[in-house]
Design a binder for this molecule. Structure first.
Ligand SMILES: CC(C)(COP(=O)(O)OP(=O)(O)OC[C@H]1O[C@@H](n2cnc3c(N)ncnc32)[C@H](O)[C@@H]1OP(=O)(O)O)[C@@H](O)C(=O)NCCC(=O)NCCS
Length: 162
């Protein structure tokens, strides 16, 4: 993916961004964003395993800076979103929407009919972003995520018909 993009809501106006594949050279920056974006971040090993498994991992960059990224796994007529993150200082500027649009375009190109994802029950912000993008809640997975204090948190399962 190499299209030049600007966020759908136009809030940053002049910033132009592009997609490029995640490569090991980007890992340090990705891990830095990951650790600032989540209380339970992915490790470098999670990203390396994803690359080794051939998952789709795309970065959204502007002028050499990282705006965000997604990692997705192709299945039979479906794609499973594993990680979607916008760099904290670039959140709420429409880049999440740009990432989801790119994911949907790539998924359709792979012949997928459905997009699937899990999101923490407590992550109301991400749930709202997904709902605004057309995802619908289709179920729950009990104790799916690690949480603070050694307890676990349920996931909401969401899907989007492409
Ligand atoms: C969830 C996340 C990817 C959204 O990306 P983003 O770039 O901040 O989202 P956008 O700016 O594209 O927002 C899309 C819509 O959601 C709304 N939205 C975004 N952040 C919001 C917030 N904090 N509260 C309420 N609504 C919000 C926006 O208003 C926008 O709708 P609008 O265009 O109608 O105004 C980003 O916040 C993030 O990386 N969070 C931390 C990691 C995470 O939780 N990832 C998801 C794991 S499943």
């Amino acid at each position: 993916m190499s299209a030049v993009l600007s966020p759908a809501n136009g809030s940053i106006g002049t910033i132009e961004a592009q997609f490029e594949p995640l490569t090991p050279a980007w890992l340090r920056q990705v891990i830095d964003v990951e650790q600032r974006a989540y209380p339970h971040p992915w490790t470098a090993g999670n990203f390396t395993d994803s690359l080794n498994s051939g998952y789709q991992a795309q970065l959204l960059t502007a002028g050499g800076s990282l705006l965000g990224y997604f990692v997705a796994m192709k299945g039979v007529e479906e794609v499973h979103l594993l990680n979607l993150t916008v760099t904290p200082e670039h959140q709420r500027q429409g880049w999440g929407r740009v990432l989801l649009d790119a994911l949907a375009i790539w998924s359709r190109g792979q012949g997928a009919q459905w997009l699937w994802l899990e999101v923490r029950v407590s992550n109301e912000r991400a749930r709202k972003v997904y709902e605004q993008h057309g995802f619908r809640r289709v179920g729950y997975r009990k104790a799916y995520y690690p949480a603070l204090g050694g307890v676990r948190e349920d996931a909401v399962v969401m899907s989007l018909k492409l």
